[in-house]
Design a binder for this molecule. Structure first.
Ligand code: PLP
Length: 369
């Protein structure tokens, strides 16, 4: 077992930046001649955008998507001058001049955002760069078909905006057989045919691995960069990126019938050995994994015994011979025995939520070479 030597840390999060960059190259090769952007919103899905985005820029990526203006502001100084930063949520009232000053490119999702951005450009005396999002069927963000009539009647697209991209988002890109995908594709084609002929973008990670018709000019992968399969349950060319390990704080033997943890919800009917590790829901380890999830020691699965606490949780380690597990030993929480997808499924959620919840108390180790 590997030693966690980070000054007595309870747990270590290892982020394999080489694998992350390899995933970017895999996607970029797969979608060529379309270009691959990188979605680095939510601090690069919890892994650390300040490390991830520059590493992807070194791979040749020049298009980065975040969700908020503040995320774009944090990344701007870390990226090459020719890198574009797109803000997926677009603008909120009062944010226009800061966005323009930063040189970030808002994804304009509705007529109000378009009007505000055009007005800001007029006040500054220049055409501002923009992305237009159309709603091809997800009903979340983007101009509805009828909004496009209003837009074309009201805005001189060539004079009032520097339109760099038209985009939409797939609701079911992770399900290759879902009929909503071809429906959205057809609607996207029809809507964009009414707009100026600028580059187009539709695909998230799942969309990158649908047929090439979904790729258009620019793809926007997120989760696949970070190591989760773009089509869950299907073979994937994506490498895992994240590994999470924790150390044993204490091991005890309990008599038959004794309860474990808050609410005493785990009370085995024979004597058991219980080990405690210093990871809990405050570290983003879902409380839904109480009496459900597991850790691994070598090839042995160690079920979570009782409720996950804020800063710790208890494992039933009775499957290991007495004396196997010691104070300071390391167990795997995410890794080759228990991939991210399995943790998410056990918790009734998706890898996105596990990653973006990862806590700040882990010793973070970056594999860079
Ligand atoms: C988050 C997001 C993406 C990336 O999605 P993944 O499924 O993580 O690849 C792409 N486009 C938009 C609009 C998004 O919100």
């Amino acid at each position: 077992m590997q030693d966690i030597s980070n000054e007595g840390a309870a747990a270590r999060l290892t982020i394999d930046l080489r694998a992350l960059c390899a995933n970017y190259r895999t996607i970029a090769r797969h979608v060529a001649p379309a270009r691959a952007a990188a979605v680095v919103k939510a601090d690069a899905y919890g892994l650390g955008a300040a490390r991830v985005a520059p590493a992807l820029a070194a791979e040749g990526c020049r298009d980065f998507f975040v969700a908020h203006l503040s995320e774009a502001a944090a990344l701007r100084p870390l990226l090459p001058a020719d890198a574009r930063l797109f803000i997926l949520n677009g603008l909120l009232p009062g944010g226009e001049s800061a966005c323009a000053a930063l040189g970030a490119i808002p994804v304009l999702n509705g007529l109000e955002q378009v009007r505000a951005w055009v007005a800001c450009g007029k006040a500054l005396g220049r055409r501002l760069p923009a992305v237009l999002q159309v709603d091809s069927g997800m009903s979340r963000l983007g101009l509805a078909p009828e909004d496009i009539d209003t837009l074309l009647a009201e805005i001189d697209m060539a004079r009032d905006l520097d339109l760099q991209l038209v985009m939409s988002h797939l609701a079911c890109g992770d399900e290759p057989e879902n009929g909503a995908n071809p429906d959205q594709l057809a609607r996207f084609e029809a809507l964009t045919a009414r707009l100026p002929p600028v580059p187009r973008s539709l695909a998230n990670s799942g969309g990158c691995f649908l047929t090439p018709g979904f790729h258009f000019d620019l793809v926007r992968p997120g989760i696949a960069l970070y190591g989760a399969a773009p089509h869950p349950g299907h073979p994937s060319p994506i490498q895992p990126v994240v590994r999470l390990e924790a150390r044993i704080i204490q091991v005890r033997t309990i008599p038959a019938g004794q309860g474990v943890g808050y609410g005493l919800t785990y009370a085995p009917d024979k004597p058991a050995r219980i080990a405690t590790i210093g990871v809990g829901y405050a570290d983003g380890w879902p409380r839904h994994l109480s009496n459900k999830g597991a850790a691994w020691f070598g090839d042995t699965r160690l079920p979570i015994a009782g409720r996950v606490s804020m800063d710790s949780m208890t494992l039933d380690v009775s499957a290991l011979p007495d004396g196997t597990l010691h104070y300071g030993d390391v167990v795997e929480l995410i890794g080759p025995h228990q991939p991210l997808e399995v943790v998410a499924a056990d918790a009734g959620t998706i890898p996105y939520e596990i990653l973006t919840s990862l806590g700040r108390r882990y010793a973070r180790v970056w594999i860079t070479e």
